[in-house]
Design a binder for this molecule. Sequence first.
Ligand code: GUN
Length: 278
Amino acid sequence: MGKIIDGKKISEQMKEELKDKVEKLKAQGKKVTLAVVQVGDDPASSVYVNNKKKTCAYIGIGSLSYELSKEAKEEELLSLIEELNGREDVNGILVQLPLPPHMDEQKVIGAISPKKDVDGFHPFNVGALSIGQKGFVSCTPAGIIELLKRSCIEIEGKECVVIGRSNIVGKPMALLLLRENGTVTIAHSKTKNLKEIAKRADILIVAVGKAKMITKEYVKEGAVVIDVGIHRNEQNKLCGDVDYEDVFPICSALTPVPGGVGPMTIAMLMNNCVESVL
Ligand code: GUN
């Protein structure tokens, strides 16, 4: 039988620890402030942004909110970033993605000071991760490592298969597992024999973006399965990339959706904000 990895509970523990750290920083006269920038009014982005701001308030991190219209010019966003880069009272800058199609996402990410890039998306931080130097790490994969560690799941020497190669999840996930001495395979939409490769995994990280695609045919008996996907099923209920009911009986541990990886992403963002003042 599978064991549920309770990301909500683990993220709550982390938030309590961060609350303490923020309080100690305040006692030393150091405030933590995150600037959150949203361009346009995509409803999903608004939900994420509001969640981030609410969590900041809970932990004692100040948040500044900037809302640009979806017609705003790229230069307007770039000059806001430049202003925030220069402000001493702003420690972290987060530009919610996706941006409208007329904006160059990589150019915008590259404009954020790497020291304030709490998302860990700047090429400087991505490069630091790839050569094992310190820097901000993308929150979802960093949250997954934290989930595994706090659930006492060893990574060293394990066969780890990551399905998905995005810049935000798949690639940094693979690098982080490698840093923990896992044996790492990255699979993606062009991978042949995906079932066979996935079935080799002791730790299977799924970020394919297709609802309930991963059935028990992809999973080795006793594997740990981490589900990064989030979708709405036919009944409008949230579900992941993993067919939960099918996989649960054969795996040793599994993250639910909701309540698995999602809450950890926000907790790691908060962690990165606190790190930005240390
Ligand atoms: N859009 C979806 N996930 C993220 C994230 O982690 N950071 C930002 N900035 N935008 C996102």
